[in-house]
Structures are given as C-alpha cells and as structure tokens.
Design a protein around this ligand. Structure first.
Ligand code: NAD
Ligand code: UD9
Length: 413
C-alpha cells in the first residue's frame, strides 16, 4: 500500500513513520520546504519521544521520503492544522481545503482519502465532500472519504498511535470499511466505525471534556485563594472519592487542541454551548490570575526568571501557550524578565545559571522534567530573593527557598 500523508507535523510525521515501519511506502508531504529538507537529511524538526529513531529507520530502509508535493497513491491522509477563526470561534478549514485541492490531480478511482485533522461537527459533509464531488468523483463508489480523528497525547504519540482505539467516520459505510482497513496496518486498539459527523463531534467533545474539567480545577483554585483554603490539598483529598477526578489547576490551557477544539462546538451552537464557552473563558483567564498573584509577591522594579514557555512539559510546542500570554502581561506591567526553557531554541533565552542570577522570583510555567529537581543551593546564592512561584505544582519543598504554589496563594494576601 502506498500512502501520501499531507502535513508532516506532530501528527503527520509519526503517522507516516508508523505506516512506513509496517511495510507501506510512504511519501510525507509538507508545504514547508525547510521541513522537507530537514526530514530528507534524516533530522526531525519537532520534539517527540522515539520519533527520530523511527524516522531514521524508515528513511534508511527506503520506505519513507519527504516531498514538497503529493504523488499518486492508494491512500491520502490529511494532517494539516485547523486553527480557530478569531472572529466567530469557528474552525478554520482553509489548510484542510487547500490540502484537499492539492491532491485532486493525483487521485484515481479506488483511492481512499482520510481527514485526520480535527474539524468541527458537520465539516466533512458540508465542506470537504463537495471539493471531491466537484471534480466528478462519486463518494463511496469512485473514491472513499472518511474523517478519522487523532487522539494521541503529545509525549506519548508513538505508543498511543499504536494502542489507542480509533474512530472511523465514513461518508458511507463502505468508506468506513475501506478506511478501517488502512489503520489495521498498525493499530492494536479497537477500531470503531461510525458516520463522519459522529466522529467529528466525538473528537471535539473529548477535548472539551478535558477542558471543562481543567476549568473546574482552575475555578476551585481561585475560590480557595479567596477563602484561604489549600486548593491542592482539596484536590488530593476529594480525589480519594471513588468517582471524583478533579484535574490539575495551572497557568492556563494551551496547545493546538484543548485551547481550540471546544470553540468548534461552541461556534456551531452558541445558544446551547454555554458551559463549554464558560470553561474556555475560565481557562483563558488564568494567565491574568497568575500575573495578579505575581504582583502580590514582588513589585515591578524587581526581575523575574521565567522557567518554561511551551504549552506543557517536555515539549517544544509553543502553540497557544499560556506562558507566552503571561510574559506579555508581565512586560506590560513593567517587569523585567529573563527566560529559560531547555526545550525551546530561542536566541533570547538564557541558561538556568543565567536566568536565576539577580532575580527576585522564579516563575514556573511549564512542568518540564528539568524543573522537578531545581538546584536550590545555586538559587540561594544567585537569586536576589529566593522565591519560587510554581504554577504547575512540580517543585520540591525546601526550607531555604520560599515556595508559593496554588496551595498557599492565600498566604500572599
Ligand atoms: N498536535 C496534537 O497533539 C494533535 C493531536 C490530535 C489531533 N491533532 C490535529 O491534527 C492536525 C495537525 O496538527 P499538528 O499538531 O500535527 O500540526 P503541525 O503544525 O505540527 O503540522 C502541520 C503541518 O502541515 C503543514 N501544512 C500546512 N498546510 C499544508 C498543505 N496544504 N500541504 C502540505 N502540508 C501542509 C505545515 O507546514 C505543518 O508542518 C490539527 O487539526 C490538530 O488539531 C493534533
Ligand atoms: C482528551 C485529551 O486528553 N486530549 C489530549 C490533548 O493533548 P494535549 O497535549 O493538548 O493535552 P493536555 O496534556 O491535557 O494539555 C493541554 C493543556 O492543558 C493543561 N492541563 C492539562 C491537564 C490538567 O490537569 N491541567 C492542565 O492545566 C496543560 O498544561 C496544557 O496546557 O489534545 C490532543 C489533541 O486533540 C489529543 O490528541 C490528546 O489525547
């Protein structure tokens, strides 16, 4: 089987690698020439556990090549970005539409086209199907079209690609059957066939479920800080209940998924999606909450060290990162900042030793592994004031360093 995978990012590249590692011939297509060049030089451009080894293996056995343009194939899989339209919160399908148009000239009868990008409910039928019909293809007879959402967790992508259950939403039952066969190549999880609109809604709802639960934890944190209750203790104890699982509060919700996908549902039915929108608002308010608390800890004539800018721990992904919003807000408040993130290449970022020098506060905004064992001895010597504000609840307690987290925020007042 030959596959063309359009978009070689966090989803497309590992997916391409796994198909190639399981005997398929794979062309990984990306409009970004730098990405194509880097991949063909055997260098991946994103951080993901096990991915470099996988791609090196399939390049060396000749099963994978990267290319700037599509080729004739049996299967086309679209894994391009789907951002949110800032005006009305709808799903911006422009990348998906242009990816679909880019493969049209290579499509033959019998081909399978799969949309893996996360899209709003109804999108496949309303907007994607017509692109192929306008070219004279009868869906379910000439070619087979399905939405097969991806639900892997960054940091565990390769493991979850293989082991997660999959949802296959065909335009017709035959489309679902054909697409399911494609994933049987390497998927060990169960494969569930359904309609495209059900697959679209299930995917958006999975991330909405998590976003709403995180909003509950963030709201609890705010309430506890008003009342003088330790929010982290509350979460630990409430979660001893067999049917309670309060999520972790944090500096906000980022990434290309949770911070976006719930809006796709909201945009389709704003009248009813009230809880979904409220949860988004609560999570989006967390950067301001962090800044308000920083202002209680130190004045704006003091320096702050920012530890971690990616949207979550152990990734180089900055998309929708709350840390970036916090940095902008703090700068507006007049604070002078130094930034350290061992996962991000940025010429303005500095080493750990440099970032702590002469600062009055270390502000932890990402739960990178490296921050779990901070060098407190060095911090005591180098920092002007050894205070850590840990918004991710990851650092160790210390007698010498003042640690502020979401458990003792009330003590600031
Ligand atoms: N990142 C995740 O954890 C994750 C998980 C599940 C689903 N998704 C969904 O998967 C989709 C892709 O996300 P991602 O994180 O892999 O994005 P990404 O930005 O990492 O990768 C997308 C790639 O597509 C390329 N591209 C854009 N338009 C193109 C075109 N017309 N032709 C060829 N290449 C094109 C870009 O250059 C980029 O390299 C999104 O819809 C996202 O919501 C992402
Ligand atoms: C339903 C689900 O699990 N979906 C996953 C999710 O992947 P993700 O990497 O975006 O998800 P998270 O790890 O949840 O992080 C998101 C943000 O939420 C913050 N956070 C997290 C937990 C918490 O208790 N408190 C928090 O504050 C965290 O710091 C970060 O900013 O979407 C992908 C794409 O659709 C899915 O494929 C993948 O399955």
């Amino acid at each position: 089987m030959k596959l063309c995978i359009i978009g070689q990012g966090y989803i497309g590249l590992p997916t391409a690698g796994l198909f190639a590692d399981n005997g398929c011939n794979v062309v990984g297509v990306d409009i970004n020439e730098e990405v194509v060049k880097s991949l063909n030089n055997n260098r991946i451009h994103i951080e993901e556990k096990g991915l470099q080894e996988l791609i090196s293996r399939v390049i060396s056995n000749g099963k994978y090549t990267a290319s700037a343009s599509p080729q004739e194939s049996d299967v086309f899989i679209i894994t391009v970005p789907t951002p949110v339209n800032n005006k009305n919160y709808s799903c911006d399908l422009s990348y998906v539409e242009s990816a679909c148009k880019s493969i049209i000239q290579y499509i033959k009868k019998g081909n399978i086209v799969i949309i893996e990008s996360t899209i709003a409910p109804m999108s496949t039928n309303k907007y994607i199907k017509p692109i192929f019909e306008e070219e004279g293809f009868k869906i379910g007879e000439d070619i087979y079209l399905a939405h097969c959402p991806e639900r892997v967790l960054p940091g565990k992508i390769i493991e979850e690609l293989v082991n997660n259950d999959r949802i296959i939403g065909g335009i017709t039952p035959k489309c679902s059957e054909k697409a399911a066969k494609v994933y049987e190549t390497f998927v060990k999880g169960e494969i569930f066939k359904t309609e495209a609109k059900t697959a679209e809604m299930s995917k958006c709802m999975e991330n909405t479920f998590r976003d709403v639960n995180i909003a509950l934890a963030n709201e609890l944190t705010k309430i506890c800080s008003t009342l003088g209750v330790n929010a982290l203790d509350v979460i630990k104890l409430a979660n001893k209940h067999p049917r309670v699982n309060i999520h972790s509060p944090g500096p906000g919700v980022g990434g290309h998924c949770l911070a976006i996908d719930p809006y796709f549902i909201y945009a389709e039915d704003p009248e009813n999606a009230k809880l979904i929108k409220r949860a988004r608002d609560i999570n989006s308010s967390m950067p301001q909450f962090v800044v308000e608390n920083v202002k209680k800890i130190i004045k704006n004539d003091e320096k702050i060290a920012i530890l971690g800018t990616s949207y979550k721990g152990n990734t180089d992904d900055l998309r929708e990162s709350p840390a970036i919003k916090i940095i902008n807000l703090l700068e507006k408040e007049g604070y002078s900042l130094k930034i350290h993130d061992p996962h991000i290449t940025n010429p303005s970022y500095v080493s750990f030793e440099e970032v702590i020098e002469d600062v009055s506060l270390c502000l932890i905004l990402a739960d990178h592994e490296e921050f779990k064992e901070l060098d407190y001895e060095l911090m005591k010597v180098k920092m002007k004031n050894p205070i850590v504000f840990d918004t991710k609840n990851i650092v160790k307690k210390s007698d010498d360093i003042k640690i502020i987290d979401y458990g003792n925020l009330n003590k600031l007042i």
